[in-house]
Design a protein around this ligand. Structure first.
Ligand SMILES: Nc1ncnc2c1ncn2[C@@H]1O[C@H](COP(=O)(O)OP(=O)(O)O)[C@@H](O)[C@H]1O
Ligand SMILES: C[C@@](O)(CCOP(=O)(O)OP(=O)(O)O)CC(=O)O
Length: 205
C-alpha cells in the first residue's frame, strides 16, 4: 500500500466552546478543501458509540444539545478503548486523509498530541484555541462535573508548550490576523509539495 504523508499537521486543542470548530473551519475555508482536510478524533468515536447504542450519529456530530446528553458516557466509553490502544481513534480518523495539510480539530489528551508528534515529527504543529469562561458561557457552555474536570477537557491544560495560541475573543486581534503565520506555513508546505516530484510516496509494508 502507498500513502502520501501530510506536509503539515496542525493539531488543535481547546476547551469546549472555545471555538475549535469555528477556527478550523476558517482555516479550511482560507486554504480550500482540496488542500486542507479537517480530521475530528471524535468522528470515529461517535460513529462506533452511536452504532453500539442505537443513537442518531448526525445529531451526535452536530453542535446542538443532543451530544451533551451523552458526552460523559461517550468519554468513559472512549477511555476504555484508548486504555488498550491510545492511538486507536487517531489512526481511524486519519486513515483516509489525502490532502497535504491536515487540521486535527480536537486533541484532548497528551496521547493524542504524542501520536502526531511521533508519527509526523517534522510536520506537526500544536495550536491552542483559548477563550474566557465568560465568552464560552455566551456561546452556551456551563460547567459539568465529570466532563469539564476530566482528562477529556483538562488533559492538555499543562505540560505542553503550544507552537501557536489563538485567542478567540471579540476584543482580540481578528482571527485572520492571528492565523496569518499558520496560513503562511500551510501555503509554504503546499508549495513545497507541488515542487517535489509527484511520486514522493512513503511505502507502508
Ligand atoms: N469568533 C467567533 N465568532 C462568532 N461565533 C463564534 C466564534 N467562535 C465560536 N463561535 C460560535 O460559538 C459556538 C462554539 O464554537 P465551536 O467552534 O463549536 O467550539 P468548540 O468546537 O471548541 O466546542 C459555535 O456556535 C460557533 O459558531
Ligand atoms: C466523547 C468526546 O469525543 C466528545 C467530543 O465531542 P466534540 O468534539 O463534539 O466536542 P466539542 O467540540 O468540544 O463540543 C470527548 C472525548 O473525550 O473523546
Amino acid at each position: 500500500m502507498e500513502v502520501s504523508e501530510p506536509r503539515l499537521v496542525l493539531v488543535f486543542s481547546g476547551k469546549r466552546k472555545s471555538g475549535k470548530d469555528y477556527v478550523t473551519d476558517l482555516i479550511q475555508d482560507r486554504l480550500g478543501s482540496d488542500v486542507c482536510c479537517i480530521l475530528r478524533l471524535s468522528g470515529p468515536l461517535k460513529q462506533q458509540y452511536a452504532e453500539e447504542h442505537g443513537l442518531d450519529l448526525q445529531q451526535l456530530l452536530g453542535p446542538g444539545p443532543y451530544k451533551e446528553q451523552y458526552r460523559a458516557d461517550m468519554i468513559r466509553w472512549g477511555e476504555t478503548r484508548r486504555h488498550d490502544d491510545p492511538g486507536f481513534f487517531c489512526r481511524l480518523a486519519t486513515r483516509e486523509a489525502c490532502q497535504p495539510v491536515w487540521v486535527v480539530s480536537d486533541a484532548r489528551r497528551q496521547t493524542d498530541l504524542q501520536f502526531f508528534c511521533s508519527e509526523f515529527p517534522r510536520q506537526t504543529q500544536s495550536v491552542r484555541v483559548q477563550s474566557s469562561e465568560k465568552t464560552r458561557k455566551q456561546r452556551g457552555w456551563s460547567f459539568s462535573t465529570g466532563v469539564d474536570d476530566a482528562e477529556s477537557e483538562c488533559g492538555l491544560d499543562s505540560g505542553v508548550e503550544f507552537d501557536w495560541i489563538i485567542t478567540n475573543e471579540a476584543d482580540a486581534p481578528s482571527l485572520d490576523e492571528q492565523l496569518q503565520p499558520i496560513l503562511k506555513l500551510a501555503e509554504e508546505a503546499v508549495t513545497s509539495s507541488r515542487s517535489r516530484p509527484p511520486d514522493d510516496p512513503v511505502l507502508v509494508l
